[in-house]
Design a protein around this ligand. Structure first.
Ligand code: ATP
Ligand code: PRP
Ligand code: NIO
Length: 484
């Protein structure tokens, strides 16, 4: 078989999406209006919230979506698609309307976070790539926000590229970690492409090259400023730190000694001893950097032990979302045009109540109390509902309706914002700095009960009465049909 050039992302999709497009096209339903929504069923890492990320990459993908000649030749080679269908793909132009949470938004389980409306075949094609991008980036941004939550205001550096699942994950993961609250990255390409501050220390190889801490630090100091020495290659307390101090004293202002990094051993004990050594040598301002498989739980633990760590370097655990490598967001058809041109809402049933999708095109309203801005939860309503006509808002748990409340004088902000209008990009992408700031503010605005790393409270995500009644009516209708 021919080897083809990798020259576009249209085939970055599962084969079944193309086979469904082919079916829709042959049956004459490919242009029918459809609405798909993305949601995830469970928050990752036992977290009380997730941080939405990935929209910029999704936009990059959708805005350049077309089938290249090599895509089409490949499909001709490996499928039985007719020449007419290949020609239909040749003239494919993305014409959907997209609404989405924006990067840095807090998002929760069982609510739509991304919505595609337009020709059925087009909506179907983009499922895989949209999920691929949003699942990963939202996961990493959320992990990063959890780490930021325990680090407080300490500087937090991202070191993950070498452990990431390949180059593209390193890039977008680095960006997602930045949105989630990291301050800098070691990945120079991410610095260049996204404008993320780049920073770093040095590796053990430098010390091994000279086979001596002092010689290595001196060599490094002669070529670099703002230096941080890695002190644990041989013996942190007896060799590494004394050598760092000696070089700092000898080189003085020429190197602007920033501190030392420790990367192994009992970091609570060692950091305290290192702090003492640096202070006694007259370097109370020197910072202690720590790295070595850190995450929110080890960092919290080290803080509990009063470890004298000032700067945190985190790689593997953030970039790979180590303790939960997939978010599990899905893309479900919620409404489709019928033979008469009317939209009919659709559902995916399951014996598992949590897996039953909520039919209908929806909007998520973030509800706060007007008097004090206190967050009351998210209200998932049909897109056609007008909340301004509600004086009070009755909110109830969709699975346990006896858990309910009525909110008087509420404010409601829509989560899903317009991104594309019939294929035209209407959303202006914010600068990354702005996204990061927005993400930080979003997390800060959340109540501590939902923010804590261990066993947070469940943030309420409720259905409107109309969305609930619509769902129940559709379930009833399907059950009657099945029983007939
Ligand atoms: N005082 C501490 N409390 C809790 N966890 C710690 C403490 N000190 C280190 N850790 C963490 O324990 C894990 C294992 O550390 P360990 O001491 O085994 O590393 P190491 O074997 O010395 O390092 P390496 O194998 O990289 O040379 C790491 O995730 C590290 O961050
Ligand atoms: O531990 P992470 O959170 O993944 O952070 C990245 C790790 O990468 C480096 O180690 P590596 O063993 O690759 O090289 P080095 O120790 O020689 O620098 C660094 O020292 C960190 O330990
Ligand atoms: O600059 C560092 O200290 C660094 C960079 C990548 C991985 N680990 C550490």
């Amino acid at each position: 078989m021919t080897n083809f050039q990798d020259d576009g992302l249209a085939l970055h999709t599962d084969f079944y999406e193309l086979n469904m497009m082919w079916t829709y096209w042959q049956q004459g339903v490919s242009e029918r209006n459809a609405v798909f929504e993305v949601f995830f069923r469970k928050l990752p890492f036992g977290s009380g919230f997730a941080v939405f990320a990935g929209l910029e990459h999704v936009i990059e993908y959708l805005s350049s979506l077309h089938f290249t000649e090599s895509d089409l030749t490949y499909l001709e080679e490996v499928t039985d698609y007719s020449p007419e269908f290949i020609d239909y793909l040749r003239h494919f132009e993305f014409k959907c309307t997209v609404r989405s949470a924006v990067e840095g938004d807090l998002v929760f389980n069982n609510e739509p976070i991304f919505q595609v409306e337009g020709p059925l075949a087009q909506c179907q094609l983009v499922e895989t790539a949209v999920l691929n991008i949003l699942n990963y980036q939202t996961l990493v941004a959320t992990k990063a926000a959890r780490i930021r939550a325990v680090v407080g205001n300490d500087p937090l550096m991202e070191f993950g590229t070498r452990r990431a699942q390949e180059t593209s994950a390193a890039m977008w993961g680095t960006r997602a970690a930045y949105i989630g609250g990291f301050d800098a990255t070691s990945n120079v390409r991410a610095g260049k492409v996204f404008g993320i501050p780049v920073s770093g220390t040095h590796a053990h190889a430098l010390v091994q090259t000279y086979r001596d801490d002092y010689k290595a630090f001196m060599a490094y100091a002669k070529s670099n400023r703002d230096v941080v020495f890695l002190v644990d290659t041989y013996d942190t307390l007896r060799s590494g730190v004394p050598a760092a101090i000696r070089v700092a004293k000898e080189m003085g202002d020429k190197i602007n000694f920033q501190g030392v990094r420790i990367d192994s051993g009992d970091m609570a004990y060692i950091s305290k001893r290192v702090r003492q050594q640096l202070d006694e040598a007259g370097f109370p301002e020197a910072k202690i950097y720590a790295s070595n498989d850190l995450d929110e739980s080890t960092i919290q633990n080290l803080k509990m032990q009063d470890a004298k760590i000032d700067v945190w370097g985190v790689g593997t655990k953030v970039i790979t979302a180590y303790d939960q490598p997939a978010l599990g967001a899905v893309y479900k058809l919620v409404s489709i045009e019928d033979d008469n041109g009317d939209m009919v809402d659709t559902i995916k049933l399951s014996s598992n109540a949590e897996k039953v999708s909520t039919p209908g095109k929806k909007q998520v309203w973030r509800i706060t109390r007007h008097e004090d801005g206190k967050s009351e939860g998210d209200y998932v309503a049909l897109a056609s509902e007008d909340l301004s006509s509600h004086k009070d808002l009755y909110m109830f748990h969709p699975n346990y309706p006896y858990i309910n409340k009525t909110i008087k004088h509420f404010d409601a902000q829509p989560l899903l914002k317009p991104i594309y209008d019939h294929g035209t990009l209407t959303y202006q992408l914010p600068e990354l700095e702005e996204i990061r700031r927005y993400g930080q503010e979003s997390v800060a605005s959340l109540w501590d009960e939902y923010k804590r790393v261990l066993n947070p409270q469940d943030y309420p995500v409720d259905l409107s009465q109309l969305a609930y009644d619509n769902k129940m009516a559709i379930i009833r209708r399907i059950k009657e049909n099945v029983n007939q």
